[in-house]
Design a protein around this ligand. Structure first.
Ligand SMILES: [Zn+2]
Length: 325
């Protein structure tokens, strides 16, 4: 593994790992290197990941709870982890916090919601979740909610009036809007409304893999023109139409294509660790340095690799989050 990886600031824009910190059958102690799953504190460190967005998914049946409660239970599980391992992980609230992260420091944890369902149709709960540390709002998971339509079905409806209000409230508070899982009309509306850069935390290029969860070249270019970043993701069915054969080579091809379309300042990484079964060569946090090795083999400069690994996302989050001190 090339030493550049462990010298760079590495940012991963999406994982579902916190769901496994919940009590119950699938529980893992995230302080320990797990024998199953993709990510935990030891594997974040082994992979050289310096900042990780932990998505709180509000829609999963196994929690057996209403969406708001499901999201809160995930936040509570992460807060317990923060309390148990304060020397290894720190919560990121502000732009200033992002400058405290890097090699040799605790891993930064950013909190996100993956679906506006958790907000129960209110702006008040966006403020509450913000007070609890949430700094990323994924407007949609796949189905329709009070704010928008996800990529399920074939709706060409854009954001609802409530969804528009949410985007503006995120801009005011310092919450980054995430358009992965959102339908095309919704993405266009967010770009028209948002005064701040946005992200697609875990989506690939439809030009290489024609899946509804991936972005067209026009969308990739528009997110970049608006100052935002797209996180290339490891999910096999978003990498190739032959998911059984998916590998890191497909990921590198999506990164290269998106860099061609968006420019080097607008592409990052969003693994979706613990969200889906991943390719063998990308299915654990400690395999992250292979991406740096691959980018070097593909001829990227050290400066370009640092941008893809994390500096692009750090720039955008620093722009959007409250400044702090
Ligand atoms: Zn997702």
């Amino acid at each position: 593994m090339h030493p550049l990886h462990y010298d760079a600031f590495v940012f991963d824009a999406h994982c579902d790992t916190i769901g496994y910190a919940l009590p119950g059958h699938f529980h893992r102690d995230l302080r320990e290197w797990g024998s199953s799953g993709h990510l935990d504190l030891p594997r974040l460190a082994a992979g050289g990941i310096n900042c990780q967005v932990f998505a709180c998914f509000p829609g999963e049946a196994r929690v057996g709870a209403a969406p708001t409660s499901a999201a809160l239970q995930r936040l509570e599980a992460l807060y317990e982890l923060l309390a148990q391992a304060p020397e290894r992980v720190m919560l990121v609230h502000t732009a200033a916090d992002l400058d405290r992260l890097g090699p040799g420091r605790p891993v930064g944890a950013l909190l996100g919601l993956e679906g506006a369902e958790a907000l129960d149709g209110t702006l008040a709960l966006l403020h509450t979740f913000f007070r609890l540390g949430v700094r990323v709002l994924g407007l949609a998971w796949n189905p329709r909610n009070a704010a928008c339509d996800g990529v399920d079905g074939s709706s060409d409806l854009g954001l609802t009036p409530y969804g528009r209000d949410l985007v503006q409230a995120c801009n005011r508070l310092g919450v980054i809007v995430d358009v992965s899982h959102l339908n095309a009309a919704g993405v266009a509306d967010v770009l028209a409304i948002s005064s701040q850069p946005i992200m697609a935390s875990h989506s690939n290029a439809r030009a290489l893999c024609d899946h509804r969860r991936n972005l067209t070249d026009a969308q990739i270019a528009a997110i970049a023109a608006h100052g935002g970043v797209i996180g290339a993701t490891f999910v096999p069915m978003f990498l190739t139409d032959r998911p059984d054969e998916a590998s890191i080579g497909h990921l590198l091809a999506h990164i290269a294509h998106m860099v061609d379309v968006a420019g080097i300042d607008h592409v990052g990484l969003g693994s979706d660790f613990d969200g889906w079964t991943l390719p063998d060569d990308l299915d654990s946090g400690e395999k992250y340095p292979r991406i740096t090795d691959g980018l070097l083999a593909w001829g990227y400069s050290e400066d370009a690799i640092r941008k893809i690994l994390g500096e692009n996302f750090r720039r955008v989050f620093k722009q959007v989050l409250p400044p702090g001190n």
